[in-house]
Design a protein around this ligand. Structure first.
Ligand SMILES: [Zn+2]
Length: 314
């Protein structure tokens, strides 16, 4: 926390909401200055980084401003500070404070920005801006909301401002993996999707797949679930064939797995190939969890195989 961050955070409108990742939303003060009507839907959002950075985003009129420690206080940020009622002379003092950090304080290393090659993105990929707008408006399903919040939190704890890069997000697992690789790359880390990245007496990396059909989720769904499990059993090998490579290193019968050569199901059984969660058994409806796919699986193949077996004629 620094003086600039502190002053801005303390001057935000009183009526605001904070999400688990620290995203603060409030009625945007910028819009009326930019030819839009007064925001009443808390479409202004601010995120404070642990490293002293701060970024503001308005999803109504599109106003954006950020402050990066070790850089000048931009005109856009100074204007925003005026919008939230910070006095002119305070803004001037803080602008000088920012310059002081910029010049003298070697403790604050200047940010280095990495550039990336453009890549073709899968369908349903949107820039983080688009997701953030839905996120601020709470216009997301609970799992999507949690994912965006987790993503913001992930960026925040690593001192990355969501506005620095054109972050893309998709519910698609391929993009999640791509994003993870990029973020790790910035931090000098590498990612392995191997089912058993390090051999030894510990769990491997799986891609437990929750599956349900409409019938499974309705009254009497447990019958439908048990019928599905009956269909899965004789086709075990056909599933293993597309559940990821090197999976035999993980599915050994130890570390919460069932041996790759066996098919077993159970309620609340983490040593089974297919688990019926305790809650599902209790409710008599819900979903099944296929614990066999490995971390490096192709989610489309896994989904295809499950649909083919359970919903098809196989
Ligand atoms: Zn605005």
């Amino acid at each position: 926390m620094n003086l600039i961050q502190n002053t801005i955070l303390n001057s935000l409108p009183a009526n605001k909401k904070k999400t688990p990742s620290g995203w603060i939303s409030f009625n945007a003060p910028c819009c009326i200055h930019n030819g839009e009507t007064q925001d009443k839907k808390k479409r202004g959002g601010i995120m404070a980084g642990a490293d002293g950075t701060l970024s503001y985003h308005c999803f109504n009129c599109g106003y954006k401003a950020s402050y990066v420690l070790g850089r000048k206080l931009t005109q856009k940020m100074r204007t925003f500070m005026g919008y939230i009622g910070i006095a002119d002379d305070t803004i001037k003092k803080l602008a000088i404070e920012a310059m002081r950090h910029e010049e003298g304080d070697i403790k604050y290393e200047k940010k280095k920005f990495v550039s990336f090659h453009k890549k073709q993105m899968p369908k349903n990929t949107h820039s983080l801006d688009v997701w953030l707008e839905k996120y601020v408006a709470k216009d997301l399903t609970a799992p999507q909301y949690n994912k965006i919040d987790g993503l913001l939190n992930y960026l925040k704890v690593r001192g990355i401002d969501p506005t620095w890069y054109d972050f893309m997000y998709s519910p698609d697992m391929w993009v999640a993996r791509w994003l993870m690789e990029k973020i790790c790359d910035i931090n000098g880390l590498a990612v392995s999707l191997d089912p058993k990245p390090v051999t030894g007496d510990w769990n491997g990396a799986g891609c437990h797949t929750n599956f349900s059909t409409k019938g499974m989720r309705e009254e009497g769904g447990d019958d439908v679930i048990h019928k599905a499990i009956k269909k899965l059993k004789p086709l075990h090998q056909g599933h293993i064939d597309v559940y990821g490579s090197g999976n035999e290193k993980r599915l050994t019968g130890e570390h919460e797995t069932c041996p790759i050569t066996e098919f077993r199901w159970g309620v609340s059984d983490r040593g089974a190939s297919v688990r019926v969660p305790w809650q599902v058994d209790k409710d008599g409806k819900g979903y099944l969890e296929d614990r066999r796919p490995s971390a490096n699986c192709d989610p489309y193949l896994v989904a295809w195989r499950l649909i083919k077996t359970i919903c098809g004629d196989d």
